[in-house]
Write a protein that binds this ligand. Structure first.
Ligand code: XMP
Length: 500
């Protein structure tokens, strides 16, 4: 039968395909999951948490960045609140403190003690009026001066003066670790060629660094964070305020991204001298043509997914969407040619689908439901029949778009910003709950572990190799049934499989 042109090609999704196993000589240590999030940012772990108000606020963003992924802060918040969330992430676990609190040599020990209490720190670089490093002073130095004399004793009388063990401003993390270990120092001040203080490294922060070897850092050693923006009303002000707060990635995000106003927003962000240094993701699209529009607008990555999400009803409410494997593949045809990474957003139910998304053409995946049950997601635990749950809702749900509870800031994601009355809202998502899953570290471990196994089975040591080598086999409903546990009653829930 001839297929009329009106019927586009067959649409496939995660459950329609499996990856073919390939020859593999790999050991787990050979596997490197580093992948490109945007044109300029790579992540050691290709996972991104969804910009949803039951998934990503600062706690989740911090946890995601520590695991080597990235959190995208949702935008159902006032501009100030969202910028504050960015600030909270940027101030966490500073590998290198680029603007350390300092003290001048003429200050008294009493003043020093007050400063230490205020900032809850125990050691300060001492600098002259020209910000040149002249010594270090720590709590230990105070111990040898009776408290009664603190008001009259000056910092330079008890500090350890130069020469000190210092690092150069452009020191790497590895070089700093060697220096700190060799000299058994708690702190390493960094100076430029003229002796000006440019930063401070503390052992404490480095220990945290060792705990999170994959963590996603910016150039100044701070955790990276993304934040969602729209196109409507004060969206430009939102974008610039987030940039001022230090956001690394702006995600210009609507349920249907291929619209003039959002494309214009991306284009403006990538051309305005005040904003173009920030990485901008555009989405969501589900076709080659949609992805091309964002590539042409200058986006640094394109986010793909119209309706695959676990809480989405876009496809049933509007009849529009593309099954996710096909959508990712089609979008990647436009993106690959331009060197623009693809983010596969929504629809992931199991770890094995991360590798499927990457083989289809994605570079990273965005996840909602699999992370909504984590300790770090916003919202309290709910007990139902003795089991623990956390709420999870679509950003197009009535709850997220209505004024119920508090003002909604994100109705424009579904092009309903100007709908004033709640009973005129047309929801495109549902409100529900997911099982509590504990800390993100444990959940991420299973997702990362699953991906690592996928790469081993395919025989790919890197993500680009996985993308190149990976081949799909299309499967039937009967095969899907065979893939899942069958004919057995599950008695114990696995940490990475809760059933179908
Ligand atoms: P998962 O499957 O990971 O999907 O839970 C998360 C993604 O779903 C999208 N999203 C929605 N899509 N209506 C929709 O059609 C909604 O209410 C909605 N809320 C979120 C979004 O792309 C998210 O990352």
């Amino acid at each position: 039968m001839e297929v009329p042109e009106k019927f586009a090609s067959l649409g496939l999704t995660y459950d329609d395909v499996l990856l073919l196993p390939g020859h593999s000589d790999l050991a787990p240590a050979d596997i490197d999951m580093t992948s490109r999030l945007t044109r300029e940012i790579s992540l050691k772990v290709p996972l991104v948490s969804a910009a949803m108000d039951t998934v990503t606020e600062s706690r989740m963003a911090i946890a995601m960045a520590r695991q080597g992924g990235l959190g995208v802060l949702h935008r159902n918040l006032s501009i100030e609140d969202q910028a504050y969330q960015v600030d909270l992430v940027k101030r966490t676990q500073t590998g290198i403190i680029s603007n350390p609190v300092t003290i001048n040599p003429d200050a008294t020990l009493e003043q020093l003690d007050k400063l230490a209490g205020e900032y809850r720190i125990s050691g300060f670089p001492v600098v002259d009026t020209d910000n040149r490093l002249i010594g270090m002073i720590t709590n230990r130095d105070l111990r040898f001066t009776p408290v009664a004399e603190w008001a009259t004793t000056k910092v330079d009388e008890v500090m350890t003066p130069m020469p000190l063990i210092t690092g150069h401003s452009d020191i790497t993390r590895d070089e700093a670790t060697v220096l700190l270990r060799k000299h058994k120092r708690e702190r390493l001040p960094l100076i430029d060629d003229a002796g000006h203080l440019t930063g401070l490294i503390t052992v404490k922060d480095f220990v945290k660094g060792e705990q999170f070897p994959n963590a996603s850092y910016d150039g100044a050693g701070r955790l990276m964070v993304g934040a969602a923006i729209g196109y409507f009303g004060d969206a430009w002000q939102r974008a610039t305020t987030l940039i001022e707060a230090g956001v690394d990635v702006l995600v210009a995000d609507t349920a249907h991204g291929n619209v003039r106003m959002l494309l214009d927003m991306v284009q403006r962000l990538k051309t305005d001298p005040a904003t173009k240094h920030v990485q901008v993701v555009g989405g969501n699209v589900a076709t080659k043509e949609g992805a091309q529009s964002f590539v042409d607008a200058g986006a640094d990555a394109v986010k793909v997914g119209v309706g695959p999400g676990s809480i989405c009803t876009t496809r049933v409410v509007t009849g529009v969407g593309v099954p996710q494997i096909t959508a990712v593949y089609e979008a990647s045809l436009a993106c690959k040619a331009a060197g623009v990474p693809v983010i596969a957003d929504g629809g992931l139910k199991y770890s094995g689908e991360i590798a499927k998304a990457l083989v289809a053409g994605a570079d990273t995946v965005m996840i909602g439901s699999l992370l909504a049950g984590c300790e770090e997601s916003p919202g309290d635990l709910v007990f139902v029949n003795g089991k623990q749950f956390k709420s999870y809702r679509g950003m197009g749900s009535l709850g997220a778009m209505s004024s119920r509870g508090k003002k909604s800031y994100s109705k424009d994601r579904y092009f309903q910003a100007e709908v004033e009355s709640d009973d005129k809202i047309v929801p495109e998502g549902i409100e529900g709950q997911v099982a509590y899953r504990g800390p993100l570290a444990a959940v991420a471990h299973q997702l990362i572990g699953g991906l690592s196994q996928s790469m081993f089975y395919v025989g790919a040591a890197t993500v680009p190799e996985l993308q190149e080598k990976g081949r799909f086999v299309r499967i039937t409903q009967a095969s899907l049934q065979e893939s899942h546990p069958h004919g057995v009653q599950m008695t114990v829930e696995a940490p990475n499989y809760a059933g179908r």
